[in-house]
Design a protein around this ligand. Structure first.
Ligand code: ADP
Length: 592
């Protein structure tokens, strides 16, 4: 279908008015003209009829054609032609022709034919005899026809012309009507123009002037226009609110901790945030991925199967959700999907590696704790049962069993203390008291406290700290750091060894320490793992020396609590060396 031609509303109104008016005026004019013409013809007919009657009366009385000419001259018309024809059509007299014998039979002339049947007849045509146009009128007088004809010249035509006054009045009325029509069209057109401009502006998103309503006429059209404008401004407001909300949502998606992608029913991507691309990059282990790649990968077959099923499902009016955890390349992801009413769908990916690893670790730790606690408890139970079941046990023997039981119970208490320190460090680090600590003082106290143990193994402890090493931190944890390290040296470095504790650097924020003994150290491959919970280099040996594998884990966590970093290495002389830093200022909100 071709496009319809654009015709302005005003033009349509004017064209309709004008054509209606022309139709009306035309019809009236034609009708009037016909009537006028008929009246005029009748008047000529009457005149000519009178002349014919006079001539017939004269002929009837005198039967003499000689006076016909002079009779005709008496009539107040010029060029009157009189023809007398007998019933057979033969011309008996004609005042315009001298020799009537030359004339052909007039019986078939239209006016004669008409007079034959109707007594009277008229016709307008060119005369074959004179070559001039005549108005012929014939009358039947029983024995002959008298035909009076006037040259159908200008005066006659004029007589026949319609009265132009009517046409003039009609034309004036028409012009007045046209002006009114134009005025009305103008008024209507203006209101429509306001609406039209409003619609065009709305389409082009142009700012609408608030004065537009004032320009509207106070009529139905104005009311309609006002309703439309109000509706439009309501829609516009809603659109603005929506676009702000959309902006917020976009922002939220953009910086969400989840990778989010939204697709339409045809699986075309509508929205995707950078994290989504990053995650499928990791999961699919390839670069240059696009969001649609998930539809091709087997790893996502669960979620894609769900989406496919819900998209082909005809049940509407429900949002369907899906959830699944996947593992890929040592990382864990939670996949969520929602299929919406309009069959668009959202897929989100969250990196839950940390949580998942923590969960696995917790699981392992719980197992380890149970295992670690079971050993001393079983030993204590064994000793106590031996004592109670053997009443005749020598007091020396039972003392021995009891002292071993106490040893195991002490070990149990140590393990429980260590576990409680670790869990407090992990779960509630904010609960540690923070105060100003003089490290020189603390280390000297530890030296005194462990003096007996050190002496027993002939271990020399050198403390070489800068003067006035003061930090803001937790006393118990700082104690734990150094006491655990020294305890380990006592346990693993062996007799006649030396321990050295140094501060080797200080900057605005930290003190830097080195701790080493000159014992046998540990094989290189264990270095990376000695800070793990329950990790022991040699399980048998460690157990026998009472180690739980938690000491260095506490040290690492306590160093981190004080905004420091710790690393272990084998010293060139063989002993184990720890290099670590401690922040000068720690606060409660320090996160591990
Ligand atoms: P444990 O409670 O078994 O001592 P730690 O976490 O304190 O646990 O230490 C982990 C392991 O590191 C120990 O089992 C031990 O083998 C090794 N280790 C720690 N300190 C030393 C050291 N000074 N010399 C040699 N080996 C050490």
């Amino acid at each position: 279908m071709g496009q319809k031609t654009y015709i302005p509303y005003k033009t349509r109104i004017i064209v309709t008015f004008v054509s209606m008016f022309f139709l009306f005026a035309g019809t009236v004019t034609v009708y009037q003209y016909q009537r006028e013409k008929e009246t005029k013809i009748l008047s000529i007919e009457n005149t000519l009829c009178q002349y014919s009657d006079i001539i017939f009366n004269h002929l009837n009385k005198n039967n003499d054609y000689t006076y016909v000419d002079s009779l005709v001259e008496l009539f107040p018309v010029e060029n009157l032609r009189v023809t007398v024809i007998d019933l057979s059509g033969k011309v008996l007299f004609d005042n315009a022709v001298r020799d009537v014998k030359e004339l052909d039979n007039h019986g078939s002339r239209p006016e004669i034919l008409s007079a034959k049947s109707n007594t009277k007849g008229y016709n307008i045509r060119k005369s074959a005899t004179t070559g001039k146009e005549y108005f012929y009128f014939a009358k039947n007088y029983e024995n002959l026809f008298v035909r009076s004809s006037l040259i159908y010249n200008i005066p006659v035509i004029n007589q026949l012309k319609v009265d132009t006054l009517f046409i003039l009045i009609t034309a004036i009325i028409f012009i007045v009507f046209l002006i009114i029509a134009l005025f009305v069209a103008d008024k209507l057109g203006d209101s429509i123009l306001v609406l039209k401009n409003f619609a065009i502006n709305a389409k082009n998103n142009k700012e609408q002037q608030s004065t537009i309503i004032d320009k509207l006429p106070n009529d139905e059209l104005g009311v309609i226009a006002q309703e439309i404008i109000t509706l439009y401004s309501d829609i516009n407001k809603a659109k603005n609110i929506l676009s702000i909300e959309r902006e917020k949502l976009n922002n939220h998606f953009q910086y969400s901790s989840k990778g989010i992608a939204i697709f339409n029913e045809k699986r075309e991507n509508i929205f995707v945030n950078p994290l989504f691309i990053q995650y499928i990059n990791i999961i699919l282990t390839k670069s240059n991925v696009v969001s649609e790649d998930i539809f091709k990968s087997k790893i996502f077959k669960g979620v894609i199967g769900f989406v496919d099923k819900k998209l082909t499902d005809n049940s509407k009016g429900k949002i369907y959700n899906y959830n699944e955890n996947i593992e890929s390349n040592g990382k864990y992801f939670e996949i969520n999907a929602s299929v919406f009413f309009d069959k668009s769908f959202e897929i989100s990916i969250a990196d839950i590696t940390k949580d998942e690893k923590r969960r696995i670790l917790k699981h392992e730790i719980t197992g380890n704790i149970a295992h670690e606690l079971k050993t001393p408890v079983t030993i204590v139970k064994g000793y106590l049962e031996t004592i109670t079941e053997n009443k005749d046990l020598e007091s020396e023997q039972s003392d021995y069993f009891l002292s071993r039981s106490i040893e195991q119970i002490n070990r149990l208490v140590d393990i429980i203390n260590e576990i409680s320190i670790i869990s407090k460090l992990e779960e509630a680090p904010n609960h540690y008291e923070i105060e100003e600590l003089n490290l020189n003082e603390i280390l000297n106290n530890i030296k005194i406290y462990l003096g007996v143990k050190l002496d027993k193994k002939n271990i020399i402890l050198h403390i070489n700290l800068f003067e006035g090493v003061i930090i803001t931190g937790n006393k118990t944890l700082i104690h734990s750091i150094f006491q655990n390290l020294i305890d380990n040296s006592i346990k693993y470095a062996g007799e006649n060894t030396t321990i050295e504790i140094n501060t080797y650097l200080e900057d605005d924020t930290h003190y830097y320490f080195s701790y080493r003994d000159n014992g046998p150290g540990i094989p290189e491959e264990h270095i990376q793992r000695i800070f793990e919970r329950f990790y022991r280099v040699s399980k048998g040996r460690s157990r026998s020396t009472g180690g739980s594998g938690l000491g260095l884990s506490i040290v690492k966590n306590a160093v981190q609590f004080h905004k420091g970093v710790i690393n272990a290495k084998i010293h060139k002389n063989g002993g184990l060396e720890f290099v670590f830093s401690l922040g000068k200022k720690s606060d409660r909100v320090n996160k591990l």
